[in-house]
Ligand binder design. Structure first.
Ligand SMILES: [Zn+2]
Length: 241
């Protein structure tokens, strides 16, 4: 994110590409935001802080190098330098203290959701339960449909390949996979997507759809009692895919 020669960085797993980008663009770093404690999201904090002793915003329930301002659901804060105001959601599941930050830029609403909701998928459950992850994902799914999703990894094409295994007859999903593959072939990112895209194509947000439930039950070889059981089955299926 940048404004008038200043930039903030979200989840710098590695400092080197951030430093190179800031140098190339002539930008000064003014803040770091971390969504959760994993090394591939915070590993660059120390090296960036050595050059720019900036405020670091991170989840209150996790331990992250250099954090100066801890955040939990209901908090609002402004990233210094770029003046972007964000509000915080607790989204446990991938990690126990994972947060998401929601804001608005000139182009519309945005969310930084780390490894909770991915474009076409969701994060693995390292520290949370399926019920927690369902709550977290549907908290994000309730954001305005035009909200753009800035997640932690470029996993879209692989995620959509799995999504088609779950819902082979989903036409918007077939179209999205072709569209996203074409972006990758051109060397372009697929992130961000929108909540609207995810509602139409992401199996983890579609656990209430009869097609997803039926696929999960076929895969499980038994009836599944509720949406959390459907979610857990689809997540386990993806883990082994
Ligand atoms: Zn992670």
């Amino acid at each position: 994110m940048r404004e008038d020669g200043k930039a903030a960085v979200v989840d710098p797993g590695d400092a080197a590409p951030v430093i190179a980008h800031l140098a190339r663009e002539g930008l000064e770093l003014t803040a770091i935001l971390n969504t959760h404690h994993h090394g591939d999201h915070v590993g660059g904090n120390r090296a960036l802080l050595a050059r720019w002793p900036v405020p670091v915003f991170g989840p209150s329930r996790e331990t992250i190098p250099g954090v100066t301002r801890t955040l939990a659901e209901g908090d609002t804060f402004t990233l210094p330098g770029i003046g972007l105001s964000l509000s915080v959601l607790d989204v446990p599941g991938h990690t126990a203290g994972h947060i998401a930050c929601v804001g608005r830029v000139a182009d519309g609403p945005i969310v930084f959701c780390g490894d909770t909701l991915f474009t076409g998928g969701c994060g693995r459950l390292f520290e949370g339960t399926p019920a927690q992850m369902v709550d977290s994902l549907f908290k994000l799914a309730a954001l305005p449909v035009e909200t753009r999703i800035f997640c932690g990894h470029e996993y879209t094409v692989a995620n959509l390949r799995f999504a088609l295994e779950v819902e082979p007859a989903n036409v918007p999903l077939q179209q999205r996979r072709a569209r996203e593959q074409a972006k990758r072939d051109r060397g372009e990112p697929t992130v961000p997507s929108t909540i609207r895209d995810e509602q139409a194509t992401n199996p983890f947000l579609r656990i209430d759809e009869p097609s997803v439930r039926a696929a999960a039950e076929r895969h499980a070889g038994r009836k599944l009692t509720d949406r959390v059981a459907v979610f857990a089955e689809v997540r386990a299926w993806k883990n082994a895919f």
